[in-house]
Design a protein around this ligand. Structure first.
Ligand code: SAM
Length: 240
């Protein structure tokens, strides 16, 4: 009997150690150094991306006169939010799993005169800290491929969207960015994104099917352009 209890206790300690190790690994990923690297990219090679992307999102989703709450999930430095504030009347929330971005983001928003228009909330896409039917729009650039359980994360976005509202989630560059500029961004950003856009499209379709979301559109701007510039992939879906 004692032997059995000892074995149970030993197993519990091992499981606890495993859980702690997993926790430390997760926390280790979301460091100040990781935030600083992304901030440098947003201020450098990726800087030309955010204004046209905000322009494209605002136009496609008809946001110019919309009021309420917008969430940029995995916004990091929040550069996209600053540009979205300039083109909409919404209050924008930077929901990111790495809180080391937040001081930079708030200072940037203040410097742009947008201090009262933004908030920062620690958020894991897989368990969003917002009530159902909360957001008037959810956007995200360059983050969804980091979400381990994407079905759960996209389900969370759907839950949080207000009925009649839209999400715009993707990675890469906006279609309204001229080819030459896009090529320059890709050239400076290294060898370019190493992912299969066809497979990503299939994955996004599987996720929408798994969640029973029928009202969605996938866009692959300038797919197959002769210059071979990868503009990435964007998914728009709506909650009825
Ligand atoms: C490549 S950066 C993109 C940042 C920003 N969207 C941009 O385009 O400048 C990826 C961002 O996703 C965030 N992220 C990664 N996993 C996340 C998760 N599970 N939930 C929320 N944010 C996450 C990271 O902390 C980081 O800010």
């Amino acid at each position: 009997m004692d032997n059995l209890r000892w074995r149970h206790e030993f197993r519990a300690v091992v499981l606890l150690m495993g859980a702690c190790a997993a926790g430390v690994t997760a926390v280790d990923k979301y460091t100040l150094a990781a935030a600083e690297r992304m901030i440098a990219a947003a201020e450098g090679t990726l800087a030309p991306v955010y204004a046209p992307l905000a322009e494209e999102i605002a136009a496609r989703l008809d946001l110019a006169d919309k009021e309420g709450i917008g969430i940029d999930l995995g916004s990091g430095p929040g550069t996209l939010i600053v540009e979205l504030c300039r083109r909409t009347k919404l209050h924008w929330i930077n929901g990111d799993i790495n809180p080391h971005f937040f001081p930079y983001f708030m200072q940037k928003a203040d410097a742009a005169g947008l201090g009262g228009r933004v908030s920062a909330v620690w958020a894991d896409a897989q368990a969003l800290p917002f009530r159902a039917d909360y957001a008037d729009v959810v956007v995200s650039r360059g983050s969804f491929h980091f979400w381990p359980d994407k079905v759960r994360a996209f389900g969370e976005i759907y839950r949080v969207l207000k009925p009649g509202s839209t999400a715009y989630i993707g990675r890469g560059l906006p279609g309204n960015m001229p080819l030459e500029e896009a090529r320059e961004v890709r050239r400076k950003h290294g060898s370019g994104p190493k992912y299969d856009v066809d497979e990503t499209e299939r994955e996004l379709r599987r996720i929408m099917n798994a969640l029973g979301i029928a009202d969605f559109t996938i866009r692959r701007p300038h797919a197959g352009n002769t210059a071979g510039v990868n503009y990435g992939i964007w998914l728009e879906f709506r909650k009825p």
